[in-house]
Ligand binder design. Structure first.
Ligand SMILES: C[S@@+](CC[C@H](N)C(=O)[O-])C[C@H]1O[C@@H](n2cnc3c(N)ncnc32)[C@H](O)[C@@H]1O
Length: 571
């Protein structure tokens, strides 16, 4: 038996198949990009990418590997699999493969001190947990927080009335990663008072003993305060402070003996001296603290009353996650952007962000929402709480077509849609160079180190041309030339020559735009309408009325990861 087979792992049909992704370049649509300066610390370098997230994540890999501080994803929950009359095993398999492929790139993008947060429900939560364990390492699992997405009970529930989602939390490296603390609330601060008008301000009485039976010496410890009160730690506890510290606190009037001087002595812990920000986050997230689905849909209606997005997350939920995982200026990524809540919240909290969305709502919902935020006219969600005034910007990007296409004889050629600068950028990406064309130096399209450069051209280069370039490059530098062809092979030590497209043909899969479904035709699956009706949205999500079971359709018909979020609408 091979050692692979001995490993504890989840297996599924198609698990071994791995996509060979083309690292595409991204093209800006300037009409949909938006920016406005309001203050000196506005952030402009945010990206909204319209396209399949697997290709888009791959497109980001070269520039952002190890850079992202927090990834939040809210993928389609695969609710279509909840129908008992269908064998949903294959369906699980597809979903798991799609998630695994995306999680693998996400893992590469995360910074060493980064973390991943995934909302999911019972349909796939436990399978997804195991897949995440495989990609991140089981040790890096941090917690499964429970989010109360709904606060009313569905009386028509067949089994239990579902009121929560899971939030799976992984660290890239749990050993070193620590979440930030929750901010202090007014309620917490209100527990600090100043009845004796102490110059250090409001305080709270805290015990001067700890709940642990200490050494014999600690047990025998006794202290006399300046008012004559003699104190020892109660049985089973031990003093928290040595005598000299107690003496100092006593001298500074930082011991409280109660209003009438008869209470057990306690330390005055001053609000102004608290070192910790707030408490650690609990693993149960109540809707009163982080919002619920109803609230999210109300936000969505205010954002787009004509066509509210069906399955948004509340802004407060994202605020909680970004507070725990990031600081201002950190980079946040959401590759299942939906209506753009993650970017909206990240922007208002002054984090940098990247969002990816395949559906056309990227243009119709996300871009306008973010434009209003940049303009400062958005009063939705957390705007008031964070005092949002507008400013900053984002670039709207889309995936470039595949670099190669087949000609009428079936040979791979460079796509006719590629202009020279697109070709140069794409080749830089494929060869691991940073695209940075030098306007003065025609052969410098990018670099991999300070001395190693790349030149991309479709020309057929002659020996004289090559010799000329070699002289320009000089003995201290090296140049990779990717060209249509070259004649002769002059012995030029500082040049490496590669032909396009031959040199890259075997690198990856070309001409494939859809990584959403790669399954067999015959797999039966329940239609989406039915998924909506069946899940009947315990949280009150919009579903089509009277949804009846439809005939099974081929797997390709299920728009699970295919850009429309119908499957997820059932939530
Ligand atoms: C549940 S929604 C996310 C909602 C989001 N959290 C919000 O607050 O609005 C899931 C989104 O993932 C998108 N999606 C599904 N497959 C995708 C893919 N392959 N690439 C990019 N986006 C995809 C869907 O179009 C849908 O908008």
């Amino acid at each position: 038996m091979s050692s692979r087979l001995k490993r504890l792992e989840l297996t599924w049909i198609g698990k071994e198949e791995r996509p060979r992704l083309e690292p595409r370049i991204l093209l800006e649509d300037e009409d949909l990009s938006y920016a406005k300066r309001v203050s000196a610390n506005d952030i402009f370098d945010n990206r909204l990418i319209h396209g399949d997230n697997l290709l888009a994540l791959k497109a980001l890999e070269q520039e952002f590997a190890g850079e992202v501080k927090c990834v939040f994803i809210d993928p389609p929950y695969n609710t279509g699999s909840a129908f008992e009359q269908y064998d949903d095993g294959l369906e699980h398999s597809i979903w798991l493969s799609l998630m695994r492929d995306r999680l693998e790139v996400i893992h590469k993008l995360l910074a060493a001190e980064g973390s991943l947060w995934i909302t999911i429900d019972d349909n796939e939560a436990h399978y997804l947990k195991v897949v995440c364990d495989e990609v991140f390492g089981r040790f890096n699992f941090v917690a499964n927080a429970v989010w109360q997405k709904k606060y009313t009970v569905a009386n028509d529930s067949k089994w239990l009335s579902e009121s929560h989602d899971h939030v799976l939390i992984y660290a890239k490296s749990k050993e070193t990663w620590r979440p930030y603390r929750l901010p202090r609330t007014e309620e917490m601060d209100a527990r600090y008072r100043n009845p004796d008008n102490h110059p250090k301000g409001p305080w709270k009485a805290t015990p001067i003993y700890a709940k642990r039976s200490g050494s014999e010496k600690e047990q025998a410890f006794s202290f006399t305060f300046k008012n004559g009160v003699v104190w020892s730690a109660p049985r089973g506890t031990s003093p928290r402070f040595p005598a000299d510290k107690l003496r100092r606190l006593d001298a500074n009037d930082e011991i409280w003996f109660g209003a009438d001087g008869t209470a057990t002595p306690a330390r005055k812990t001053f609000l102004s001296e608290l070192k910790i920000e707030g408490p650690p986050a609990p693993t149960v997230w109540l809707h009163s603290d982080v919002g619920n689905n109803h609230e999210a849909r109300e936000e969505s209606k205010s954002s787009n009353s004509e066509d509210p997005f069906a399955t948004p997350k509340p802004e407060k939920l994202l605020k909680r996650i970004l507070e725990l995982a990031t600081q201002p200026g950190d980079l946040v990524l959401d590759s299942f952007a939906g209506s753009g809540t993650t970017g909206a919240v990240a922007h208002k909290m002054r984090r940098r962000w990247i969002m990816i969305e395949l559906g056309s709502h990227c243009e119709t919902h996300i871009a306008p929402r973010l434009q209003r935020i940049v303009e400062g006219t958005d009063a939705i969600g957390i705007s008031e709480a964070v005092g949002w005034k507008g400013g900053g910007g984002f670039r709207f990007l889309k995936l470039a077509p595949s670099l190669l296409e087949k000609d009428k004889w079936g040979n791979w050629i460079v796509s006719k849609q590629y202009k020279p600068e697109m070709l140069a950028e794409a080749m830089c990406k494929l060869e691991g160079f940073r695209y940075a064309p030098d306007r003065e130096v025609f052969w410098n399209h990018g670099h991999s180190t300070e001395r190693d450069f790349i030149y991309v051209t479709t020309q057929n280069l002659s020996p004289d041309q090559l010799r000329f370039i070699s002289e320009q490059v000089g003995p201290e530098r090296t140049l990779l030339i990717c060209c249509g062809a070259f004649r002769g092979k002059p012995n030029l030590a500082n040049l490496t020559l590669k032909k396009i497209p031959q040199a890259v043909l075997a690198r990856c899969e070309w001409g494939r735009d859809d990584y959403s479904l790669n399954v067999t035709e015959q797999a039966p699956v329940v239609a989406v309408e039915e998924a909506k009706a069946e899940a009947s949205s315990s949280d009150g999500a919009k579903t089509k009325a009277g949804g009846r079971r439809k005939k099974a359709t081929p797997m390709q018909a299920l728009p699970l990861f295919a850009g429309i979020d119908d499957a997820s609408k059932s939530r």
